[in-house]
Design a protein around this ligand. Structure first.
Ligand code: ATP
Ligand code: MG
Length: 451
């Protein structure tokens, strides 16, 4: 019962149809030499024991059926139909199989002797199994198998039962049993094939992911080399020239000028160390070493601290507003990762908006989530750059000569993911950008690692 249901399921399944149909045609006719050889041996063995007419009809039919199968194979190779034509080609194969099967089924009915001996049943029996091209050849298409087997066996079984008599009835039952065995064999070859195709598909998908990852890594490597060399060369040149000025013109420089040069060296070195920190953080995140270590903390206080640090660093260059609608005293989050998120988003808002413009930082609670929004009135992000914005080293086409490596948002995204949160953005080029970060407040709602 279960086997027959599985068989029916297999017949109606459309899984891997293009691959199965291609296999069906490519296998078609490959077994012809073996079939003709075994049939010739069988015919020789049966010569003189069964009616000549039946024997010749069988051989002629076998040769014709083999020719048709070879022609099907050639036609498929010549036309090379695409996957969209698979159902049509399977239908065509089924029709041909049905015609071949019916031809033999009717021939047996016409030539079958009135009073049969067992060996005379054996012949159509052998013919049945051999002529079907054996189950493996038709394994790709249950429909084609059914189209061939039914017209071959049905008339013979019908004939045996209609003739009556104990001998005919037991021969009919024997052939029925044989058909069932054949069907079981067939179902198992079909399932093996489907499993093999599934396995192939899985391996292909895994390989594709690996190749894609490899490609991304090599792209990242080359982007890193070009960004790092640019980002290091300029500050290094500045440091070197400042140091040379201090060395050679120390006496002629005024104390404020000397201080200015020293501050330049300090700020450039700080920028370089930040860049190295970013690369290391991202490397740790990529390799899964960067982990979430949540602890009890006051989110509102942290946001206030980060905003004041920015206000001090910015002086009067930007107006940074803090809008607070957050009503929890403590949350369970990773302060270090939160600092990455807030610092990077705020530094972008400031960097990519004109001096004197307003930046709004808002914090709110929606049910069990903290929602942080950072809105600026800056240059905005062109539409075509948005899909790749969170990839490392990717910078939008409108940054002009603003410094940056394109690592900040990649780190922000990893940190948000480690918290089990989400980041999104809305932007209008020339009008401003709003980044929204949604973080769950409870650790239980978070995944263990970043994707
Ligand atoms: P850094 O590594 O120093 O942060 P970066 O700022 O260039 O360098 P990201 O912070 O990753 O790198 O940002 C990636 C890109 O996204 C930026 O180069 C910029 O083109 C765009 N971008 C990010 N935030 C904004 C913003 N608020 N307004 C306009 N463009 C932005
Ligand atoms: Mg940035």
């Amino acid at each position: 019962m279960t086997a027959s249901r599985a068989a029916i399921g297999a017949i109606s399944s459309a899984e891997f149809l293009p691959q199965r149909v291609s296999l069906l045609y490519r296998l078609s006719g490959n077994d012809v030499p073996a079939i003709l050889l075994t049939s010739a041996v069988a015919a020789f063995a049966l010569w003189g024991y069964i009616s000549d007419k039946l024997l010749f009809a069988w051989l002629i039919w076998l040769v014709l059926a083999s020719l048709v199968r070879i022609l099907l194979n050639r036609a498929y190779r010549l036309r090379r139909p695409g996957p969209e034509a698979a159902a049509r080609w399977e239908g065509f194969f089924c029709l041909t199989s049905a015609l071949i099967g019916t031809a033999w089924g009717l021939t047996v009915m016409l030539l079958y002797p009135e009073r049969a001996e067992f060996h005379e049943i054996l012949l159509p029996f052998v013919i049945g199994s051999v002529a079907m091209g054996l189950p493996p050849a038709l394994a790709p298409s249950p429909k084609s198998f059914a189209c061939l087997i039914v017209p071959i066996f049905a008339p013979l079984i019908g004939l045996l039962f209609s003739q009556g008599g104990a001998f005919n009835a037991s021969a009919g039952i024997l052939i029925l049993v044989f058909s069932a065995v054949l069907l079981a064999l067939y179902v198992s070859s079909n399932q093996t094939l489907i499993e093999t195709l599934r396995f192939g598909q899985r391996v292909e998908a895994e390989l594709l992911v690996a190749v894609q990852r490899e490609k991304e890594l090599s792209e990242m490597k080359s982007k890193f080399v070009s960004t790092a060399s640019h980002e290091f060369r300029t500050p290094l040149a500045t440091m070197l020239s400042s140091a040379e000025l201090l060395e050679h013109y120390s006496e002629s420089l005024s104390p404020p000028e000397k201080l200015n040069l020293l501050r330049t060296i300090q700020s450039v070195a700080k920028r370089m160390s930040e860049l190295i920190d970013d690369v290391l953080t991202l490397g740790r995140a990529e390799s899964g070493v960067l982990k979430l270590t949540p602890g009890r903390m006051n989110l509102l206080e942290l946001c206030g601290k980060v905003v004041s640090e920015f206000r001090i660093a910015q002086g009067k260059q930007h107006l940074i507003n803090l809008v607070d609608r957050f009503d929890l005293a403590e949350v369970d989050m990773d302060e270090r990762l939160l600092r990455h998120i807030l610092n990077n988003l705020l530094s972008n808002a400031v960097k990519y908006s004109p001096l004197g413009s307003e930046v709004t930082f808002s914090l709110a609670r929606h049910d069990e989530q903290a929602v942080i929004e950072i809105q600026d009135r800056g240059i905005g992000i062109p539409e075509q750059d948005r899909p790749r914005l969170f990839e490392s080293f990717h910078r939008a086409s409108n940054v002009e000569n603003r410094p940056g490596t394109g690592l900040g948002l990649a780190i922000v995204k990893k940190s948000v993911e480690l918290h089990g949160g989400e980041i999104s953005l809305a932007s209008a080029p020339g009008a401003g950008t709003r980044f929204t970060v949604v973080l769950p407040l409870r650790p239980s709602e978070r995944p263990v690692e970043a994707s």
